[in-house]
Design a protein around this ligand. Structure first.
Ligand code: NAD
Length: 490
């Protein structure tokens, strides 16, 4: 037996034209970030592997698009059922490859399943419009039609949810779909595609190609792919947007983030501290919705800093499949080192580290652990106030009032999410009007929309116009043509 076959989860495979096969190029090990053990191996797909998937997707599209919409959504009902039945198994696997806690993994999967549920409403969501007697004797109808083969390229931090922002809608609208998940944690996406196969999608409608940069390049270069959805870091999102558009594809590209929480004097401070620290530390800060800059009005600043430190001190860092763990490891040793470097930069720039998790040791496991770190006295020019850190690090900044907090926030290059804690309706109204971010929340730490609303940021957090989820993504996956009809003898 080869060494790869002995790995806990074996060799990651592609699913192309109804067959499970190994990608053509040598790849990398998949490590458990909590234990440091190699649990699987992933090969990288060649341009020929991508060609085969596109060809199978085009063949499948011809028949799939003709199926009545009511038939196309039946496998989605089956998929929802299977994802629910396998939720615990998927969550454990997700913890093993991504590192977040079991509860977070289950929550993530729930948000993925929600998208399957919403996509079963495609018969309504695909309806465009009809006007009788739009002009003398003329009726006009708008029709939404699928286009062909779409691909999605997804990041490591939500391997069970982000593919579902796209897959269910792409296929329910009548397209065929190719997923290229992150090479850092490909096991949950693979298991979900196995479940999609079991759910009964015809061969070539849902496909999986694994790989890294070269595989993405093959997708971008392929003339047979109609559109690309991307979620990941901003520099890559911007490149994908430019290259996909230059080759005539539809493209929606979600990028990185730097999210702010504003706490005003009128807020319930205990509640705000619970939510702010929860938002910053969930998934070890590796969320595009993590709020890691907290701007607090000076009159309640000292009290808030104490409350934040208390909450950081309550965290239990460890392996996410062990009960009681609240903060898991970072995805890789390389990323852990990057976050540690950012902490050093913050110290050198004069921010005060009032809760220091750097020396934390986790008994039993040799993973990429970093304890929570809380900084106070951030200023807007510091790197830690501007850069996406993507670790369990939160910085607190004193501000004189809501105006200053909004000015600091709106000066950010990013615009993914923002939250306000207040008991003033006037402040909430001002925030909703003036905050420059795609996802806003009042008295909630994480501005995550449900699947029946679209999800997407602004500024350097998003490149494109139609976002993920719900009606936006239905429009992304369809062409809308207008049909005019006249019957002179009627
Ligand atoms: P990443 O950009 O490194 O990788 C994302 C995907 O792109 C992966 O599938 C990867 O294989 C591929 N890729 C990486 N480098 C590439 C390159 N040079 N050319 C072509 N393809 C490339 O992102 P990540 O580290 O996996 O995920 C974390 C980032 O994703 C963070 O910045 C986070 O904020 C962002 N994110 C954004 C959202 C959102 O909705 N805006 C959601 C989740 C994560």
């Amino acid at each position: 037996m080869s060494q790869k076959a002995e790995l806990e989860y074996g060799e990651v495979r592609n699913y192309v034209a109804g067959e499970w096969t190994a990608p053509g190029n040598e790849g990398i090990p998949v490590d458990n970030p909590a234990t440091g053990e190699t649990i699987a191996h992933i090969g990288f797909s060649t341009p020929e592997n991508v060609d085969a998937a596109v060809e199978a997707g085009q063949d499948a599209f011809e028949e799939w698009r003709q199926r009545p919409v009511e038939e196309r959504i039946q496998p989605l009902f089956e998929l929802k059922q299977l994802l629910e039945e396998h939720q615990d198994e998927l969550a454990e696997l997700l913890v093993d490859e991504e590192g977040k806690t079991f509860a977070e993994a289950k929550g993530e999967l729930r948000r993925g399943i929600e998208n399957v549920e919403v996509a079963t409403g495609i018969p309504s969501l695909m309806q465009a419009g009809h006007v009788e007697n739009a002009a003398p004797g003329i009726d006009e109808t708008a029709v939404r039609q699928p286009l062909g083969v779409f691909a999605a390229i997804t990041p490591f931090n939500f391997p069970g949810m982000i593919p579902m922002w796209f897959l269910p809608y792409a296929v329910a609208t009548g397209n065929s779909f190719i997923l290229k998940p992150s090479e850092q944690d490909p096991l949950v996406p693979q298991r979900m595609v196995e479940l999609a196969e079991e759910a009964g999608f015809p061969e070539g409608v849902v496909q999986l190609v694994n790989g890294g940069v070269d595989t993405v390049n093959a997708i971008l270069n392929h003339e047979g792919i109609e559109g690309v959805s991307f979620v990941g870091s901003t520099p890559v999102a911007e490149t994908i947007y430019e290259r996909a558009a230059a080759s005539g594809k539809r493209v929606q590209a979600q990028g990185g983030a730097k999210n702010h929480i504003i706490v005003t004097e009128s807020a319930d401070l205990e509640f705000a501290a619970d939510k702010a620290i929860g938002s910053a530390l969930a998934c070890s800060g590796q969320r595009c919705l993590a709020n890691d800059v907290v701007a607090v009005e000076e009159s309640v600043y000292e009290e808030f800093v104490d409350l934040a430190v208390e909450r950081a001190d309550r965290q239990v860092v460890g392996y996410g499949n062990d009960g009681g763990t609240t903060v898991g490891p970072l995805i890789s040793a390389e990323h852990e080192q990057q976050v540690r470097n950012d902490i050093e930069t913050a110290i050198s720039e004069g921010a005060e580290l009032v809760y220091d998790g750097r020396e934390l040791e986790v008994d039993e496991y040799d993973g990429n652990f970093l304890g929570p770190c809380v900084f106070r006295d951030l200023t807007a020019d510091m790197v830690i106030a501007r850069k996406e850190i993507f670790g369990p690090v939160v910085g607190i900044m004193p501000v004189s009032d809501l105006d200053e907090a909004l000015a600091v926030m709106n000066a950010s290059d990013y615009g993914n999410a923002a939250s306000l804690f207040t008991s003033s309706g006037a402040e909430a109204k001002r925030f909703r009007h003036d905050a420059e971010a795609g996802n806003l929340a009042v008295n909630a730490g994480t501005a995550a929309p449900m699947a029946f609303f679209h999800f997407g940021g602004e500024k350097d957090s998003f490149f494109g116009d139609l976002h993920a989820q719900a009606e936006d993504v239905v429009r992304f996956y369809t062409d809308e043509s207008v049909y005019i009809e006249r019957w002179p003898n009627a």
